[in-house]
Write a protein that binds this ligand. Structure first.
Ligand code: FES
Ligand SMILES: [Fe+2]
Length: 541
């Protein structure tokens, strides 16, 4: 009997991958199935009429997903099927281990001179030989079970990769002509995995950085920490290749004006702030926070104004709206959850395009290879790293690390790291850890090869650390060290990207969040009415 099921992906996508399942009798508690990836709109019909090779086998699809003839499953149900299969394999492995333990006890019993009844040496030897044989079989069974669990995990990872691949826009195929074989390692002799050649989809992020699309400007952008903006200080910032300067007006509120004097284009931030006005260092013209020139020494006063941007202060940060659209009414909150104390606020100007930096910050899988002198020193390399997130989300958590992460449009990364022991992060979820570190990274697009990074670090323990003299210097030193480990790599990527290499040529399962950021950004820059992951994406603006 053949049972057919097909899985389709989210309806709003152009490509709907389908996975067709046929039942296989007599395997597993609920009957085994074979899973096929059918990357067509008419997946089920196609599957019925064609002789397909299985992508992989699922021994036990579980009771939650009824598989019957003609039944179509969505992609989440398909993942559920594979997850249940992993639980089943795990259960089988436990049974095998139990068998070994029972056999070991029997051996101990046979050999124990106090417990055993009198038996001849010959009988004892025979019993031991039999037990030995059973033990050997049980050991083999355990190895088989290990391989099955490992294979089931591979299935899950592969299925996620397939889903991720389908999430990539069809038209964004790599210019590279490379084709890949399906990356499904098979560790079980009972699993026949089809390695079918198929064109691999990737994003194309290559070549010189294009001018910023105006639609990317229509967001609130945090540009400075309030603590860095005293009554008489000026903070020059570049944003979308334009130069601005922030200072406080007479009322103490921040303002953002162009950092170029109307008279003869002198940089204003080299001047000073007098009574809430920024004074040009060249001939002393003074501007208020709305850009109006209010003083023009040694000449007749003219009606002159420089450009200014909407500028607000909220929760310890100064925000600007660089877009042409009217500013959105709300500015998002970037504060850590209650119970955290801010310990460090650091600003760095970095010579890389902000998208490349975001790609880097949204990736944790690189840590045990890149951060070997800092926070990931001594970390082992997990056999599988995944970012788990709802299909519609820009936030989730890293498996096997106790780290939650979120991309917050337009350019923020929030992460909460569970700390159990220094240097030992693996194996616990964020919630299970008793202490946490919260990080905010803002990657302001200064120019096409420059990012202004705002970093805020908070802890939910040891608030007294904040009062230790020079502690902030230590945090800065550590943050810079971590960042430098990344920077040399990202700079290398940038150089190659400008020369034509695609920095997203071969995305894999742990690249999910980075890919979603790129999809979101592509949609913004294309001027899409509806942004992907829009249940969250709009929260940043
Ligand atoms: S250039 Fe600024 S006052 Fe002359
Ligand atoms: Fe890093």
């Amino acid at each position: 009997m053949n049972t057919v099921a097909s899985l389709s992906l989210m309806p709003h996508l152009l490509i709907k991958p389908s996975f067709t399942c046929f039942s296989r009798k007599g395997v597993g508690r609920y009957g085994g199935i074979k899973v096929y990836a059918v990357l067509r709109e008419d997946g089920a019909e196609f599957a019925k009429n064609n002789n397909l090779e299985a992508l992989f086998h699922v021994d036990d699809p579980g009771p939650r997903v009824p598989i019957k003839k003609g039944k179509f499953l969505d992609v989440n149900e398909a993942l559920e099927v594979v997850r249940f299969d992993i639980q089943y394999c795990d259960w089988r492995a436990r049974q095998d281990l139990l068998t070994i333990m029972v056999l070991h006890n029997k051996v101990v019993e046979v050999l124990n001179p106090l417990a055993r009844e009198f038996k001849s040496i010959g009988t004892l030897r025979k019993e031991l030989d039999e037990l030995q044989e059973e033990l050997e079989k049980a050991h083999n069974q355990v190895h088989l079970s290990e391989a099955r669990v490992s294979s089931a995990l591979d299935k899950l990872a592969h299925m996620e990769t397939l889903v991720n691949d389908r999430l990539l826009p069809d038209g964004a195929s790599s210019t590279s002509t490379a084709e890949s074989t399906s990356v499904v390692p098979s560790t079980s002799s009972t699993t026949h995995v089809r390695t079918k050649k198929q064109p691999r989809r990737s994003l194309n992020v290559s070549g010189p950085v294009k001018p910023y699309n105006p639609s990317l400007r229509n967001f609130w952008y945090p540009v400075a920490f309030s603590s860095d903006l005293k009554d008489d200080t000026m903070v020059p910032i570049d944003c979308f290749e334009e130069q601005w300067v922030i200072f406080r007006g007479k009322d103490g509120r921040p303002g953002c004006v162009q950092n170029t004097c109307a008279h003869r284009a002198c940089p204003l931030h080299l001047g000073s702030v007098n009574e809430g006005r920024i004074q040009c260092p060249y001939h002393g013209w003074e501007y208020s926070t709305d850009g109006k020139c209010e003083k023009m020494p040694s000449t007749k006063m003219l009606n002159v104004r420089i450009q200014s941007l909407p500028c607000f202060e909220q929760e310890g940060m100064v925000w600007i709206w660089p877009g042409d659209d009217p500013p959105k009414a709300t500015i998002p909150s970037l504060l850590p959850p209650s119970g955290f104390t801010v310990h460090a606020e650091i600003v760095m100007e970095l010579p890389v395009e902000h998208g490349l930096l975001l790609d880097n910050l949204l990736d944790l899988a690189h840590a045990p290879f890149t951060h070997t002198s800092t926070f990931a020193k001594g970390w082992s390399v997990p056999s599988l790293v995944k970012f788990l997130t709802p299909a519609s989300g820009l936030q989730g958590y890293w498996d096997p690390y106790p780290i939650d992460m979120e991309f917050r449009p337009p350019c923020m990364v929030l992460s909460t790291i569970g700390i159990s022991k220094p240097g030992k992060l693996e194996g616990k979820s964020t919630q299970q850890c008793s202490t946490h570190l919260h990080q905010l990274h803002v990657c302001l697009p200064s120019s096409r090869n420059k990012t202004r990074l705002l970093y805020r670090m908070s802890l939910d323990f040891a608030p007294w650390l904040k009062h230790i003299p020079f502690m902030h210097l230590l945090w800065s030193h550590f943050a810079e060290k971590v960042l430098n480990e990344d920077l040399r790599l990202v700079l290398g990527q940038q150089e190659r990207m400008i020369n034509g290499a695609n920095v997203w040529n071969w995305p894999v399962s742990y690249d999910k969040l980075g890919i979603r950021y790129r999809l979101w950004r592509d949609a913004v820059e294309r001027g899409s009415d509806r942004l992907p992951f829009s249940n969250q994406a709009e929260s940043g603006s």
